[in-house]
Design a binder for this molecule. Structure first.
Ligand SMILES: [Zn+2]
Length: 336
């Protein structure tokens, strides 16, 4: 009898230990897998390396990247660096005066309106800052996924609020927009609402407008959703430009969909943190107020990303980040 209990206990301990051991091994395998896909050139076999170089060249040719730019971009020390700089080039090619590899800081530099922005491993900060306070900044280029939220929600990590204690650079927006004050912005009608935006996003936003209207004309559910909105807002100087972590709203490059009560669901992690202190970090999917997937796709198609896919969720928010959409596309092609 006594022996029987001991055996059962030993068996239980064995089960628990193997569970932990296998999850550690699995997570290590996963990490190594991601690492080898993205970062390391040296660990690749010759054949895999050739294959990747071929797809890199094809992607550049498909996107009509000029020969001299191709040569510059191929100086990237890793696939990840290459993917980021190519995405930036594709997103802002009409605004980039020059892209070059800077031997002194060992990094890519983009020149926009005479201002020099360094890649800094996705931090996108002015060259001057690279030497001063590079490590105070957190990357603003990270893997954004184009799949519908319902498909990827479970794999999105819970909110890590410590990220928000670090600096997030808006130097590239500053260089792109050269915005001095609100008089640099223009008014447009978006879904029937007069909003203030930066001229840089006008063309893309008006295309989104056209496509959403066409969709609403043939889809009753979309029409119903749009009718339920209270208003749409864009420019807001809620965080003063050049201050820590300015929002893209202060550049006229972000759009919010406002709803009278959000159907009593959650939209923004900072509000939910107060309202639902136990569960705010990772809500059940059904507790989120969502913007219809068809509308999200139309925004993404014109260079806007949706805050609903952020781990620090902001489901009413879109912002103009065409480099992130290009980054997602190039990454997808290279990882396929
Ligand atoms: Zn917003």
């Amino acid at each position: 009898m006594h022996k029987h209990v001991i055996y059962t206990l030993l068996f239980l301990i064995f089960c628990i230990a193997s569970y932990f051991l296998s999850s550690i091994i699995l997570s290590q395998i996963k990490q190594r897998h991601e690492h080898s896909l993205l970062l390391s050139r040296s660990e690749k076999t010759v054949q895999e390396k050739k294959q990747r170089e071929l797809s890199i060249k094809t992607i550049m040719q498909d996107n009509r990247v000029p020969e001299d730019v191709q040569k510059t971009l191929l100086r990237a020390p890793s696939t990840q660096t290459f993917t980021m700089i190519l995405a930036l080039y594709l997103a802002y090619r009409n605004h980039i005066e020059e892209v070059y590899w800077d031997d002194e800081i060992q990094d890519f530099v983009l020149v926009l309106n005479g201002k020099r922005v360094a890649l800094a491993n996705g931090r996108l900060i002015f060259v001057e800052r690279v030497l001063e306070d590079l490590l105070n900044y957190t990357p603003v280029m990270y893997p954004y996924r184009l799949s519908p939220l319902a498909e990827i929600y479970d794999s999105i990590p819970a909110v890590d609020e410590t990220i928000h204690e670090r600096l997030r650079s808006t130097d590239i927006q500053e260089a792109l927009t050269m915005i001095e004050d609100v008089s640099d912005l223009i008014h447009v009608y978006f879904l029937g609402v007069k909003i203030r935006i930066h001229p840089l996003i006008k063309e893309s936003l008006l295309l989104v407008n056209e496509e959403i209207n066409a969709l609403a004309a043939r889809d009753k559910e979309i029409k119903k959703f749009l009718d339920s909105l209270q208003t749409i807002s864009s420019y807001s100087n809620r965080k003063i430009k050049k201050s820590r972590n300015a929002s893209l709203h202060s550049f006229g490059m972000a759009i919010d969909f406002l709803h009278p009560n959000y159907d009593y669901k959650s939209v923004y992690w900072q509000w939910t943190r107060v309202a639902r202190p136990k569960v705010w970090r990772k809500l059940p999917f059904d507790d989120l107020w969502l913007i219809p997937q068809e509308i999200v796709s139309l925004f993404e198609g014109h260079g806007f990303l949706w805050g609903g896919k952020w781990s620090s969720y902001d489901t009413l928010h879109f912002e103009y980040r065409p480099e992130m959409i290009e980054y997602a596309k190039v990454r997808k092609r290279l990882l396929e």
